[in-house]
Design a protein around this ligand. Structure first.
Ligand code: PMP
Length: 459
């Protein structure tokens, strides 16, 4: 990339950043002595920063988002064409891309039927929570209103989604939270909570124990990620989901699957839940829906749920009286239609399975070489390597060293992530989620950088 065009005026950008930008997720103190990272261009798997440094992006825009890679002119064109036709009308009216994307999406989700557009993953989850609460009022006199969420899962940054947030370290300073959310144990087998052979069933039974403790007639829904993302890349143990599904059926509990990370190809199927034969009542999605080319998120539900709200003769105002203003932007579904076409036409689900296997094989090979890797987990192009100080005790690796591995990879030109930086036991998983277009060479470059970084930091 020719970066000279930026280097002339980039100092103004950096100063404006320092003076006025409040970045997400990170502390700002380091910018007193070093420049913030400014990304100025992206193409395929790679981005360039303001200093002209080329970076192979193994985290799809930092947070598992750019599933089809950077620089997709066809998406930009689809958005442009739509915007000059009509950019917006409130979603109380329909739009051409809104309707067409809904139809295409539902074709990928047998059993589901209705699409509700929102701005963000958090907001999509909020919409599902609101529907679940309203169903409790409609059907159960308000009693069956509690929503179960799982330790280590994440559902968003708003107060209600944080009330369903299983990463305590993120929540500590924002209480009090919304009542009616109840935590169930995580299912990470590597950090066993029960010493049994059938771990998946046992972890699911722990959900039933919470239901019985709280009273099944108070529990309206269970909200879970199919594979826990930021909480530590936690793949479910065998038998887990089958049992979870049985439990939901037994106690008439609605199942809300959060596909904000796993959705739209990330794990090698259209949706993560489709690996496990799950029949959800609500599915929420965001990041990969339009790969970040436009802001769009969706809450998807079944015809049975829709019917409950369509026409309530006993109370004509008892429909879903909710709006998301920017859920009426047409750029989102226009981008999403083209995003989906690319995934299909370029065979990106198949590529994700293949490259995911390569990533896991490479990580397993690194495990033989580096004792600091305690566990590797993953599904499709969504993989993690948990770093431990001691394999026998599984004591987590020093958080500063985990961060040093991330920084060393960046110095080598590869952006990787690490989960949750402040909770002992879960701050130590290196995280990979490259775009679904990754090639074998890209994967080898990513794991090669990790290999060198581990050697440098831990020897
Ligand atoms: N659910 C999951 C599983 C997520 O990872 C995220 C975002 N990291 C969200 C919900 C919230 O999405 P958003 O940031 O778009 O609100």
């Amino acid at each position: 990339m020719n970066s000279s065009v930026y280097s002339n005026d980039i100092s103004e950008v950096v100063e404006a950043d320092r003076a006025h930008l409040w970045h997400h997720l990170i502390q700002h103190k380091p910018f007193e002595t070093s420049d913030p990272r400014v990304i100025v261009e992206g193409k395929g798997m790679r981005v360039w920063d303001a200093k002209g440094k080329e970076l192979l992006d193994a985290v799809s825009g930092g947070v598992w988002t750019v599933n089809v890679g950077y620089g997709r002119e066809s998406i930009a064109k689809a958005v442009y064409d739509q915007l000059i036709k009509v950019n917006y009308f409130a979603n109380s009216a329909g739009s051409i891309p809104g309707s067409i994307f809904a139809k295409r999406l539902i074709e990928k989700m047998p059993g589901m039927s209705r699409v509700y557009y929102t701005n963000s993953g958090s907001e999509a989850n909020e919409k599902a929570f609101k529907m679940i609460r309203q169903i409790a009022h409609k059907r159960y006199g308000g009693k069956k209103h509690k929503i179960l969420y799982r330790d280590r899962d994440y559902h968003g940054a708003t107060i209600a989604t944080m009330s369903a947030g299983g990463q305590d370290e993120r929540n500590a300073q924002y209480g009090p939270f919304v009542p009616g959310f109840v935590k169930v144990p995580h299912c990470l087998e590597y950090r066993k909570q029960w010493d049994v052979a059938n771990y998946g069933e046992r972890a699911a039974d722990a959900i039933e124990e919470v239901i019985l403790r709280e009273g099944p007639d108070t529990i309206g829904a269970l909200c879970l990620e199919p594979v826990t993302a930021g909480g530590g890349v936690i793949t479910p143990p065998e038998g887990y989901w089958e049992r979870v599904q049985e439990i939901c059926k037994k106690y008439e509990i609605l199942l809300h699957i959060d596909e904000v990370v796993c959705g739209v190809g990330r794990t090698g199927t259209w949706f993560g839940y489709q690996h496990y034969g799950i029949k959800p009542d609500f599915v929420t999605m965001a990041k990969g829906v339009a790969s970040g080319y436009a802001a769009i998120a969706c809450m998807v539900t079944t015809e049975a749920v829709f019917e409950m709200f369509k026409d309530d003769a006993s109370d004509p105002m008892n429909y879903f009286r909710d709006i998301s203003t920017f859920g009426g932007c047409t750029a989102g579904p226009a981008a999403a239609i083209e995003n989906m076409r690319i995934i299909e036409d370029e065979g990106l689900l198949e590529n994700t399975v293949k490259m995911g296997e390569r990533t896991m094989n490479n990580l397993r090979a690194l495990m033989d070489k580096h004792r600091v890797i305690g566990d590797v987990r993953g599904k499709g192009l969504f993989c993690g390597a948990e770093l431990v100080a001691d394999r026998a005790t599984k004591e987590p690796a020093d958080e500063k060293k985990v961060q040093a591995v991330v920084a060393e990879c960046a110095a080598q030109g590869v952006l990787i992530g690490a989960t949750n930086r402040s909770l002992p036991g879960f701050n130590n998983t290196l995280c990979l989620s490259p775009a679904l277009i990754a090639t074998a060479d890209d994967i080898d470059q990513i794991t090669g950088a990790i290999d060198k970084a581990l050697t440098k930091v831990f020897s």
